[in-house]
Design a protein around this ligand. Structure first.
Ligand code: ATP
Length: 512
């Protein structure tokens, strides 16, 4: 039984992160001069660096550090039969419901899950209250297993889960609507219960290829990168002489016509995925599923974010292709939400492509001396959501000893957009020339920024706000003895070091 996150815990902080992202060149609304495009965003000068660094770290962890995982970059456009085989044409849809008074559209499953989140929130609050009342003698597990009110809420969550997923499985959309009515769910905007019927809405964007607008020319923007890997399975396995178990990793854009597309870059209509499909011998898939669960959780925590910010969310209802599935959820400012999915996809996709293409997609296992269609474990993570996770964890407002305040992004140094700022104390007396000289010696090794405008204090603040781990200041003493000061973003401490030590120190800091 899954647990549900309390809703919108920290809207204020979330708003601040959104405006900080814009003010400091991380994320802009798409085509903003035309008032933006709903749920589409652009990454600015600092955002693109952070995003590239996250992607690169994922790529290294998957492809470079695993000898049996190789990369791929498949096209976004794919033969339309791909999506018939994968089930996306028939089954990639969300149940949709409109409120007649506000004219707002919602995902029926989100309305129901939000309602369950409210009950879960109440359970958490009961436990918190009891913990305060009983102090050290409080036994949380026992309380949750016996308290009358908690049991009531738990029962509601369980019966609602059962009814909702049962109705979805039977495709009984009338019962989904009835459930929303029975739960007395109101539209958050109009406050009314004036709902339309529930209907299914396919999330794929389509466009046409070529000049004749016939059905056969309809193609789709891929809703996931995974299928590019499946259709290339044979190409990679054969040309790379890959032996099972092995993986294929890919990063790239995916497109979904999301209905509930709010929440900044958390849910976009154009986003980027980082996916890896791991091909295994049938019957061993659940062991590999466990292996990749552990590996992926380790990866997240290697970003220096504490374990308490993550939790598991086992799926209540498995997708049509899976025999095991779990999400890694992250505590965003809007509550715990999915960041990555780990799925045991069985041989569903390869078999489906085999049937639809008429090509044999199999592996000859020399140890077993037999042919089979491999089973697949998938790890699928959103790059934009990881960006949001890293950014929201890093965003810190600090009150300093002198009473002033600063906003600092405590990004892991290896992910920071700029690793090192080179700042002449004043823009005269030969200091800019000396600073430029230093810049020329380090800029080939890592991303550096030269800045001479504004007071040194303001420049430090600007670099704190974009998460630059080190600021190097060139002052008059530098001209005499070739030393500079190096300021640490987090401690704000400054140290004097010889110029030739800069490279070594920064390299050490960003190694990760
Ligand atoms: P959700 O339940 O939030 O809609 P999902 O279960 O449909 O997500 P998957 O199909 O498992 O997501 O996709 C894998 C990953 O891709 C997700 O864990 C998420 O990080 C990312 N992702 C999916 N949809 C979006 C989106 N619309 N915008 C940004 N990232 C997304």
């Amino acid at each position: 039984m899954a647990t549900f996150a309390p809703m919108a815990q920290n809207e204020e902080i979330f708003k601040k992160i959104i405006s900080h992202s814009k003010e400091y060149g991380f994320v802009f609304p798409s085509s903003e001069i035309y008032d933006g495009l709903s749920a589409v965003y652009d990454y600015g000068q600092n955002g693109v660096e952070l995003k590239n660094n996250i992607r690169q770290y994922w790529w290294k962890s998957m492809v470079q550090y695993h000898e049996n995982i190789v990369g791929l970059d498949a096209a976004i456009f794919m033969h339309p039969t791909t999506w018939k085989a994968s089930g996306h044409i028939d089954a990639f849809s969300d149940p949709l419901i409109d409120n007649r008074d506000s004219k707002k559209r919602y995902r029926a499953d989100v309305l129901v899950e939000d309602q369950m989140a409210k009950w879960q929130d109440k359970i958490d609050k009961e436990a918190e209250k009891a913990a305060k009342r009983f102090g050290e003698t409080f036994d949380k597990d026992q309380f949750l297993a016996t308290n009358g009110r908690v049991l009531e809420y738990k029962e509601k969550i369980e019966s609602t889960t059962k009814r909702f997923y049962g109705a979805m499985e039977r495709n009984d959309l009338a019962d989904v609507k009835k459930l929303i009515e029975d739960l007395e769910i109101v539209c958050p905007v109009s406050g009314s219960r004036n709902w339309t019927d529930v209907r299914q809405f396919n999330l794929m964007f389509s466009t046409s290829m070529g000049s004749v607008s016939e059905d056969s020319n309809v193609i789709y923007l891929r809703p996931e990168t995974a299928q590019g890997i499946f259709v290339n399975y044979l190409n990679v396995q054969k040309t790379g002489r890959m032996k099972i178990p092995f993986g294929i990793a890919q990063t790239g854009k995916a497109f979904r016509n999301e209905i509930v597309a709010r929440q900044f870059i958390f849910r976009m209509r154009e986003f980027e995925q980082m996916e890896m499909q791991y091909f295994v011998r049938p019957g061993t898939e659940l062991e590999w599923f466990e292996y990749w669960k552990t590996e992926r959780m380790k990866w997240h925590q290697s970003l220096g974010i504490p374990a308490t910010k993550y939790r598991w969310h086992p799926h209540d209802k498995l997708a049509h292709y899976a025999n095991a599935a779990i999400d890694i959820e992250f505590e965003f400012p809007i509550g715990f939400k999915e960041l990555e999915g780990i799925h045991s996809r069985t041989d569903f996709d390869l078999k489906a492509h085999q049937e639809h293409s008429g090509k044999k997609i199999q592996y000859f296992d020399p140890e077993l001396n037999e042919n089979y269609v491999p089973y697949v474990i998938e790890t699928s993570i959103g790059l934009d959501r990881t960006f949001l996770a890293v950014l929201s964890y890093a965003y810190t407002e600090e009150k300093l000893e002198d009473g002033s305040e600063r906003v600092v992004l405590r990004l892991p140094s290896m992910l920071a957009p700029v690793k090192c700022a080179i700042l002449p104390l004043v823009a005269k007396d030969g200091l800019p020339e000396k600073a430029r000289e230093i810049m020329d010696t380090v800029k080939y090794d890592f991303m550096c920024q030269y800045e001479e405008k504004d007071s040194i204090g303001k420049r430090y603040r600007r670099h704190d706000a974009i998460g630059t781990p080190y600021c190097i200041t060139v002052d008059h003493q530098t001209l005499e003895d070739n030393t500079v000061t190096i300021r640490d973003r987090d401690t704000m401490k400054q140290e004097r070091i010889p110029i030739e030590k800069i490279g070594e120190l920064v390299r050490l800091k960003i190694k990760g």
